[in-house]
Ligand binder design. Structure first.
Ligand code: NAD
Length: 462
């Protein structure tokens, strides 16, 4: 008899969800986590703290720019960075404690320490060996820092250091116009930093629909972020109290440099797969260096499974959670399933950006006959009333079947609105199904219906 049916290595969104679901399915489950708190990168140094700072800095921005327009008088506009950080830390603690509570409620044991795959069916934590019939590897990812760049998490920082800077930098260089760069760049621009974003590609937000990424960059430029596109960063050197970044312009050439008090390296993340016994156990990696899994999330070694950022696919907490549930179901002998075609993606800037399904660029590449219906938030009464009319909704549909193929939103609450389309896509809905669905007035959601109407006979308020 093993100590456990399932031992999960890693207590992030993939790992903790997997342990809870396993226990709910009647399996004896434990989760090994060495960080002082559960929740992984997402809750401790990622999604949750960044959303807290995005919220606080947005409130400050609103107080400066929009309160007066609504007749609100609140005296001198100022903020206390230390208190803002304390609020952020409170949000982390609230959430990580919540997972501890859920573990107790669901009878999942938290084994404190760093886990290693000892051999098939055995996990080592310190000098203890725990026997498990099945092992789930959910070790997540870590920032992938450019060669030759030394991160000290004070002046040259990754997202982890950026979330606990001792003060708001006077100037900030962000390397990489991906999600992390634009979210954290927004936070500091709102709080008064001069923010310059250096991006290798000629567009921001790789993987997003081109029209959306162009508009996101335009709105963020209006908020004060400066962009240098086609800029390949070569080195970052500490200079005085700050740092100097050297980059080469891909078009036109020439090596340039720019200095700032803080540099944020946001050039992607890589899976954590080394140093805990995977190789020794014979677990194969994929071409990209992630853990190779089959359609049931099994690795090349029977009894060892893998989920989340440590495997291939989008590095998103909700993708990991879905895989966490599916793997527990597979282990319990059920049909665990993840629909990779319907995984939304959200950028929590202002306005928010959200997408699900195919981009126009992907559909063109596939040679698909598609149509699109668009609606601007300028025609949405609620958005106009709350200074949120920047942005639009674009629904992409199959020209022959009217089936929804994708949706791209930039605008108020985009990250919430997108789920209407996720549900529609799960049910294989046509754009007409959305257009025929009554939407409450006045809501931002009406823009979704109007975009669906624009896929057919036409929107009303356009
Ligand atoms: P990213 O892949 O989204 O963006 C990295 C950017 O850096 C790219 O645009 C790339 O072209 C650029 N880059 C790479 N090398 C460069 C160089 N030498 N010079 C200039 N630019 C260079 O990565 P990220 O923003 O670091 O995020 C990492 C992961 O975390 C992503 O997979 C992301 O999905 C996830 N994440 C998601 C959210 C969210 O869903 N809101 C938030 C944060 C992080």
């Amino acid at each position: 008899m093993s100590d456990y049916d399932v031992v999960v290595i890693g207590g992030g969104p993939g790992g903790y969800v997997s342990a809870i679901r396993a226990s709910q399915l009647g399996l004896k489950a434990a989760c090994v986590e060495g960080r002082g708190a559960l929740g992984g990168t997402c809750l401790n140094v990622g999604c949750i703290p960044s959303k807290a700072l995005l919220h606080a800095s947005h409130m400050y921005h609103e107080s400066v720019h929009n309160f007066g327009r609504m007749g609100l008088r609140t005296g001198a506009k100022a903020f206390d960075w230390k208190k803002m950080l304390a609020y952020k830390d409170g949000a982390i603690e609230d959430n990580t404690r919540g997972i501890e509570f859920l573990f107790k409620k669901n009878k999942v044991d938290w084994i404190k320490g760093w886990g290693r795959v000892h051999s098939k069916g055995k996990v080592a934590v310190g000098d203890k060996i725990i026997e498990a019939r099945d092992i789930v590897v959910a070790t997540g990812s870590e920032p992938s820092v450019l060669n030759g760049v030394e991160v000290d998490e004070e002046v040259v920082v990754t997202s982890t250091g950026a979330l606990r800077l001792s003060k708001v930098p006077k100037s900030l260089i962000v390397i990489g116009a991906g999600v992390i760069g634009l979210e954290l760049g927004s936070v500091f621009a709102r709080l008064g930093s001069e923010v310059t974003v250096l991006e290798y590609l000629d567009h921001a937000l790789p993987g997003m629909d081109g029209e959306i990424s162009k508009n996101a960059q335009r709105f963020l430029s209006k908020q004060g972020l400066k962009f240098k596109m086609g800029a390949e960063v070569r080195s970052v050197l500490r200079k005085g109290n700050g740092a100097e970044v050297e980059f080469k312009l891909r078009k036109g050439g020439g090596v340039h440099s720019v200095a700032a008090s803080t540099v944020l390296v946001a050039t992607g993340r890589r899976p954590v797969v080394k140093g805990f016994g995977l190789e020794e156990a014979g677990v194969e990696l994929s071409g990209s260096g992630a853990i190779k899994t089959d359609s049931r999330l099994g690795t090349s070694v029977p009894g060892i499974w893998a989920i989340g950022d440590a495997t291939d696919g989008p590095m998103l907490a909700h993708k990991a959670e879905d895989e966490g549930m599916a793997v527990a179901e597979s282990i319990a002998g059920k049909a665990g399933h993840v629909n990779y075609q319907v995984i939304p993606s959200v950028l929590y800037t202002h306005p928010e950006v959200a997408m699900v399904g195919k981009t126009e660029e992907q559909l063109k590449e596939e040679g698909k006959e598609y149509g699109s219906g668009k609606f601007s938030f300028m025609g949405n009464g609620r958005a106009k009333a709350v200074f949120a009319s920047n942005g639009f909704v674009k629904i992409l549909f199959d020209k022959s079947t009217d089936r929804v193929l994708g949706c791209h939103v930039i605008g108020p609450s985009a990250g919430e609105l997108i789920h209407e389309i996720c549900v529609a896509m799960e049910f294989g809905a046509a754009a007409e199904d959305l257009a025929l669905t009554c939407h409450a007035h006045p809501t931002f959601s009406e823009a979704m219906r109007e975009a669906a109407l624009a896929c057919g006979g036409g929107a009303i308020h356009a």
